[in-house]
Write a new protein. Structure first.
Length: 103
């Protein structure tokens, strides 16, 4: 089974919290402190989500979590909704030859 990747970008506390409950999550957690072009290319897959503090992150699949208290249930709900939204958008655009079918 291919686990979805969650990349925590410059958010140490969030990574530690999610890492503690990683046994019950169905995610592969990765922590990144510095951003490089190789990272952008490497982690720009459909089943990858980048969680960061700021809007400046250059990934297309990103979720911004601001510096305010958020419940774990709410965070997991936001993560799952983002994955579902990205998967739906990916599956709704079908290319047939030179035509594009938008469902």
């Amino acid at each position: 089974m291919n686990l979805r990747k969650i990349i925590i970008f410059q958010h140490e506390v969030l990574f530690n919290v999610l890492n503690e409950i990683n046994e019950i999550l169905n995610f592969n957690l990765i922590k990144i402190d510095e951003l490089s072009k190789e990272d952008i290319e490497k982690y720009s897959e459909l089943d990858t989500l980048v969680i960061s503090k700021s809007e400046k992150v250059q990934f297309k699949n990103r979720l911004v979590v601001e510096e305010k208290p958020i419940k774990i249930e709410k965070l997991l709900e936001l993560i799952n909704l983002k994955f579902l939204k990205d998967k739906f958008n990916y599956q709704s655009d079908v290319s047939i030859g030179s035509y594009k079918l938008n469902l």
